[in-house]
Unconditional design. Structure first.
Length: 280
């Protein structure tokens, strides 16, 4: 009996420790969930590539891709778990964040008062700088006399180019497909950025340095020839650097997608640029 009580007590203590740790990271929840979401898609893409190309290599006896089969299956199972539990939570947090961004763009006092409960609940969920942003907006609209005691909104002095790119809600993709609300989501744009960047790096690395081996003990200095794989060729790898047709097309596609995730240059930006030039 005493041993059973001790085990239950230790389990409660461990659970309480992790709950407290997770709660202390509340302002980082969205970032952590976003990173896990990107990791999930990366593992799925790797599994697709591995089982469709690498594990069925005609030179299987001369490379070590087969050694990664067990690891890849573990990644698939982990991705499945994350797909069920983490990704829905990520999109919930992302939806709350985007709602707060939209509500803070208003200049209507009545609209701010109407959304008071949703704003407060969103700020409590996301924590970090969001309570200060909402309080500053209320001060700006005259709904508060001043900021709450001990709360201040830091001035970053303007967004950097990288921050503007990562947080844009109107990318070139959204401009190209204006009817898609999904592409106007900054979180979705980040996923596209990281996914396309990962694909671009892998294909460029494969072409220049190589992902395949000549023998099990050799370094990875052979380029996986995707064109040969699609054509059913006898050899699926050749000495790096090597650029095959399919590999070059994939590099071009990933580079184009990455470019399209950048902020779109709107007519308003053009008019502002013209007015600055006229003043000069």
């Amino acid at each position: 009996m005493a041993a059973g009580k001790k085990r239950k007590k230790s389990k409660r203590g461990l659970k309480a420790y992790f709950e407290e740790f997770w709660e202390n990271q509340r302002d980082r929840h969205l970032v952590i969930l976003g990173m896990l979401t990107v990791l999930t898609f990366a593992m799925i893409l790797w599994a697709i590539a591995f089982f469709s190309m690498f594990s069925s290599n005609a030179q299987q006896e001369a490379n070590s891709w087969a050694d990664l089969t067990a690891v890849t299956w573990v990644g698939v199972l982990l991705a499945f778990v994350l797909l069920l539990f983490v990704i829905p939570e990520f999109f919930h947090y992302l939806g709350v964040r985007n709602s707060l961004v939209d509500m803070l763009e208003t200049d209507s006092r009545a609209e701010m008062q109407k959304n008071k409960k949703e704003l407060d609940e969103g700020a409590q969920l996301l924590a970090g700088a969001w309570p200060a942003k909402i309080a500053a907006k209320r001060v700006e609209l005259g709904l508060r006399r001043d900021m709450p005691e001990g709360m201040s909104l830091s001035d970053t002095g303007g967004d950097s180019l990288l921050s503007t790119w990562l947080n844009t809600k109107y990318s070139r993709l959204a401009q190209r497909f204006p009817e898609s609300d999904l592409l106007k989501d900054a979180g979705i744009n980040k996923l596209i950025i990281f996914s396309s960047l990962t694909g671009l790096v892998l294909f460029v690395y494969n072409a220049l340095i190589g992902l395949a081996r000549e023998t099990v003990t050799s370094p990875r200095n052979m380029t996986v020839d995707f064109t040969s794989i699609m054509n059913g060729g006898e050899y699926n790898a050749t000495w790096a650097p090597h650029f095959d047709l399919v590999g070059v097309l994939m590099i071009a596609i990933f580079a184009a997608i990455l470019f399209m995730t950048g902020p779109a240059f709107t007519d308003e930006d053009e008019s502002e640029s013209d007015s600055i030039q006229e003043e000069e």
